[in-house]
Design a protein around this ligand. Structure first.
Ligand code: NAD
Length: 294
């Protein structure tokens, strides 16, 4: 049994914290938003009066916040000073690689331990305890965190030193954004050439164009009955989240001077999608904006 402070009880954090409670850990939760606090209470997560209160007696602090600025502000403003020396901070939000490294340095300078451990698998994976964790940090801290990550996830990969969990996440999601656009463009081209969706799917899903964006997240209704296209693009993974992750990819592309033209273009396409009707729709709904272009 580990004493855990879980901060950020939103779409992802709430089910992740609930799984830790179910596994017998002593969890003290905290969120700034009263609705998130109420939802957490209803699933039996005890709530602290503040972030500082939640971490004061914890052995492990898990954060699951919207973005890097929330993480760095919370670390600096209250969490690092309130925690006992040597506390293990597991930072699971999706944030920029350099923000993860800043958070790591702040934690270590304050006498704590820290890993970045972003996830993929979405709310469904968080609820089922089947998330994938990509971890950056020392071998020792990775091993200390592993039993808790195994409660919340199924695939746990140690990617290297601080920030490299976020690096893996940003690279994966850049591939995903690009490939979802490629699959959508190919379906629109197929439609205009008179090729049926099912025929196109039957060929490509068994050929070299096969990928997750086609065989799981198929952007047209029919061939994959569970894909968001069959429910008017209810997410799934919302366009706003893809736009956010591609923004982090763009940051990394620019910082490293990488010639990633497809990544840059995908970022522009999803930024425009998320600014318009796509923010709350699954990111495979990009096909409707491709189709609507003259
Ligand atoms: P969310 O907005 O639903 O939840 C974040 C919560 O953090 C909010 O309830 C907010 O009030 C809380 N918060 C912010 N600052 C806080 C502070 N200082 N103290 C306490 N609580 C604070 O977001 P989400 O969908 O749960 O995503 C969380 C992270 O996981 C994001 O970084 C996101 O990019 C990443 N992610 C999300 C998904 C997904 O499908 N939703 C999938 C993979 C990764």
């Amino acid at each position: 049994m580990t004493r855990i402070a879980f901060l950020g009880l939103g779409h992802m954090g709430l089910p992740m914290a609930a799984n830790l409670v179910k596994a017998g850990h002593e969890v003290h939760g905290y969120d700034l938003v009263p609705a998130a606090v109420e939802a957490a209470r209803t699933v039996g997560i005890p709530i602290a009066d503040s972030g500082a209160d939640a971490v004061a007696d914890a052995e492990v602090v898990i954060t699951m916040f919207p973005a890097g600025r929330h993480v760095i502000a919370a670390y600096q403003d209250e969490l690092l000073a309130a925690a006992r020396p040597g506390t293990l901070f597991i930072e699971s939000s999706t944030i920029a690689v350099d923000e993860a490294r800043t958070a790591h340095r702040l934690a270590v300078d304050a006498g704590h331990r820290n890993i970045d451990a972003p996830v993929s698998g979405g709310v469904v994976g968080a609820e089922a305890g089947t998330l994938a964790f990509m971890v950056g940090g020392s071998d020792e801290d990775f091993e200390a965190a592993r039993p808790l990550l195994e409660v919340m996830g199924r695939r746990i990969v140690h990617c290297g030193g601080p920030g490299l969990g976020q690096a893996a996440k940003v690279c994966n999601n850049m591939i995903l954004g690009i490939s979802q656009i490629a699959v959508a463009e190919a379906f629109v081209l197929a439609e205009r050439l008179g090729l049926e969706h099912q025929a196109m799917y039957d060929v490509v899903s068994q050929a070299s164009g096969q990928c997750w964006a086609l065989t799981t997240n198929c952007p047209v209704p029919g061939p994959v009955p569970t894909s968001p296209a069959n429910r008017d693009y209810q997410p799934g993974f919302a366009g706003a989240l893809m736009a956010k992750d591609l923004g982090l990819a763009l940051q990394a592309i620019e910082q490293t001077g990488t010639d990633a033209r497809m990544g840059r273009l995908a970022q522009q396409i999803y930024a425009a999608f998320a600014d318009g009707e796509g923010a709350g729709r699954d990111f495979s709904g990009i096909i409707t904006s491709i189709r609507s272009l003259p």
